[in-house]
Design a protein around this ligand. Structure first.
Ligand SMILES: [Fe+2]
Ligand SMILES: [Fe+2]
Length: 279
């Protein structure tokens, strides 16, 4: 099973680049092209939040049109830049797994790996939350899985990453949330977005994974007390490949044209080449 994870589209109205500068809509198109170029094709695509920049209907129309180019199932979740109601209104017809009301949680049971999508949004806030109601929902879903391999995906990481500019806008969770995750070793990863950088850390007995954005990235800055800045480093997405014998293995795939694949053919004068190979 192969899963592509895209994150943080931040679609904008036509002609209005983000921060006056970032053409996020062209970046979505590039990301979808990059997924379509994968061979073998992924079995499904996750989009881990911030699909729109301002939660506008025009932004969701752009997202919807791009995602319709993907032939495989697509699973979307809202982020803090989305508006839950307009998100569900714009995408609910295409994605029947989205609940008609309340939190936009769901579980996908169609693959060897279960997919549990968690809605972490707090309306009007940059940070997110797994409140008691959401944690109770997750508790039940995990119990239903009876130990089958599982990926949890959500927008806000439920863990700190040691970067002050990011850690001030986290996902608030209770102490029991970490215990719940740790109680389920079948959880292969907790996949997130929001921080616009590729980040991994150990979390509650599993791996916490943050995918980069498809457009702008957050600049790496490990100095204490500094704020976030964005930077136009190469965009990328995650490819999570699962096999029974390995579990999930996560790869990072840059988006963009980096030239053709080339064979590893050594120059005849390559100094490290064995003597016999020169004949
Ligand atoms: Fe974002
Ligand atoms: Fe976000």
């Amino acid at each position: 099973m192969i899963i592509a994870q895209l994150s943080d589209f931040h679609a904008r109205p036509h002609g209005c680049p983000a921060y006056g500068f970032v053409d996020t809509n062209a970046a979505i198109e590039g990301a979808v092209d990059a997924v379509l170029a994968l061979d073998p094709a992924p079995d499904c695509v996750l989009v881990t939040g911030d699909l729109a920049d301002c939660g506008l209907a025009e932004e969701y129309a752009i997202v919807r049109a791009e995602l319709r180019r993907l032939p495989m199932p697509v699973y979307v979740l809202p982020g803090n830049h989305d508006r839950r109601e307009s998100f569900a209104l714009a995408l609910g017809a295409d994605y029947g797994y989205l609940p008609k009301a309340g939190f936009l949680h769901y579980t996908i049971e169609d693959f060897p790996v279960r997919l549990i999508g968690l809605d972490t949004v707090i309306a009007g806030e940059d940070g997110g939350e797994i409140c008691a109601e959401r944690e109770a929902w997750l508790t039940t879903r995990l119990r239903e899985g009876q130990g089958r391999p599982t990926l949890i995906f959500m927008h806000h990481p439920p863990f700190t990453v040691g970067v002050d500019g990011m850690d001030v806008i986290p996902c608030r969770v209770s102490a029991s949330f970490s215990a719940l995750i740790a109680d389920h070793p079948e959880i292969e990863r907790v996949l997130c977005g929001h921080y616009h950088r590729p980040i991994q850390r150990r979390f509650a007995g599993t791996i916490g994974y943050v995918a980069p954005g498809t457009a702008h990235q957050v600049a790496l800055d490990l100095r204490p007390g500094t704020e976030n800045w964005f930077i136009m480093e190469p965009p990328a997405f995650a490819v999570h490949a699962w096999r029974l014998e390995t579990g999930v293995v996560s790869h990072l795939q840059p988006i963009g044209d980096y030239g053709p694949r080339r064979p590893f053919v050594l120059d005849p004068a390559y100094p490290g080449k064995p003597q016999a190979a020169h004949v």
